[in-house]
Design a protein around this ligand. Structure first.
Ligand SMILES: Cc1ncc(COP(=O)(O)O)c(C=O)c1O
Length: 222
């Protein structure tokens, strides 16, 4: 199985149509099932296109697309998501789901329906706010050479390369939290390739982001 996640947690990267095309070709060539996690599809910068891999020719029959309400509708606590899968796979998924949770509670389904039917303008407002916050935070971190912010166009994360004196990025993140109160996620929480990086979430208000950025910049500059 090939697992695809765009827009991406933890980097905020959004894959281009060309990149998704290339992944689709690999999946077809090697007869792979694709799991496409599109949780952040609605949280994306102006002018950036989200491409669903299942929409490409010959892909719907080998792709499981998963999505949910946690991010775009800020409904993390409601625990509701959805998927689209080709029927042979769906039968197995259904069996597991049925005996794990039986079904999503009715009031949660109603809340999700209300979100879908009525979120319209709010969704657009949030999408725009996240885009502004992304720039706000990236700019606030840009005035020190100790931090390098990876370019991001989606989700609500920045992945930042940090030059520091600690043994590893986990130690740095713990010290940063203890000394400054700024909570981040060390890149290694997502795998070894994350060494040297911090994930910053900008799902917070502007003044909180600016204060956190000030403390982080201060911390790495001394
Ligand atoms: C890419 C991605 N997929 C799925 C999830 C899980 O979302 P949920 O709250 O619906 O379990 C997350 C949560 O952080 C995520 O980042």
């Amino acid at each position: 199985m090939l697992i695809v996640n765009s827009p991406h947690n933890p980097t905020g990267l959004v894959m281009t149509k060309e990149e998704i095309d290339q992944l689709a070709n690999i999946a077809k060539k090697h007869n792979l099932i694709v799991l496409s996690d599109e949780m952040y599809e609605k949280i994306i910068s102006d002018g950036t296109e989200h491409v669903s891999i299942a929409s490409l020719p010959g892909m719907a029959e080998r792709t499981v697309t998963v999505n949910g309400f946690s991010k775009a509708y800020a409904m993390t606590g409601w625990r509701i998501g959805y998927l689209h899968a080709p029927s042979p796979l769906y039968q197995g998924i259904f069996r597991v789901h049925q005996f794990n949770t039986a079904c999503v509670p009715a009031f949660t389904q109603k809340a999700a329906l209300a979100a879908m039917e009525r979120a319209g303008d709010v969704l657009e407002y949030m999408r725009h706010s996240f885009a502004l916050r992304r720039t706000l935070l990236a700019d606030a971190l840009s005035n020190t050479e100790q931090l390098q912010v990876m370019e991001a166009a989606g989700a609500f994360y920045l992945f930042v390369r940090v030059h520091h004196q600690e043994a590893n990025i986990r130690e740095f993140a713990l010290r940063l939290l203890e000394d400054t109160g700024v909570a981040t996620v060390p890149g290694t929480a997502f795998g070894d390739a994350g060494e040297g990086y911090l994930r910053l979430s900008y799902a917070a208000s502007d003044h909180v982001l600016l204060e956190a950025a000030k403390r982080l910049v201060n911390y790495v500059s001394h």
